[in-house]
Design a protein around this ligand. Sequence first.
Ligand SMILES: CC(C)(COP(=O)(O)OP(=O)(O)OC[C@H]1O[C@@H](n2cnc3c(N)ncnc32)[C@H](O)[C@@H]1OP(=O)(O)O)[C@@H](O)C(=O)NCCC(=O)NCCS
Length: 120
Amino acid sequence: MQTGIDIVKIDRLSKYQNDEKFLNKYFSKAEIEYIKSKQNVLQTLAGLYACKEAVLKAFGIGIGAGLDLKDILINHNKNGMPFVEIDAKFQYYLNCINCKEISVSISHDGEYVIANCVIM
Ligand SMILES: CC(C)(COP(=O)(O)OP(=O)(O)OC[C@H]1O[C@@H](n2cnc3c(N)ncnc32)[C@H](O)[C@@H]1OP(=O)(O)O)[C@@H](O)C(=O)NCCC(=O)NCCS
């Protein structure tokens, strides 16, 4: 089992909220749609960003080591619970650490958002 955690000061991303270049660099079309559908766009944007970084940390690798933030696709089930979509590239990285399951969680409070990831 491996875990990763990330905290983001929500305001730090305010300059990117409407920056399509930034959004397209790190988020999929579906993620951008999800972010823009939320009442507090900035909070959700920061949450998904923190979640992707928590996933990278759980793998023990940093940005640019093969798995990029855009390769980590965060979706939500019908209750709103976030989960990581497993495509072929992502599955390869899971296999590399001999793991089968991944779980993420996100929480916001005030100025900060925190996300964690567990890989088993
Ligand atoms: C999950 C829940 C407790 C979060 O409450 P909160 O303390 O106000 O909010 P937090 O800031 O800690 O967490 C919000 C994040 O939790 C995550 N989340 C939302 N629903 C979730 C759920 N059912 N399970 C796990 N995580 C959930 C999302 O990532 C959300 O961020 P986002 O809105 O930016 O996408 C609350 O949204 C809830 O009870 N949802 C359940 C809804 C549900 O199950 N409905 C189905 C019918 S009963």
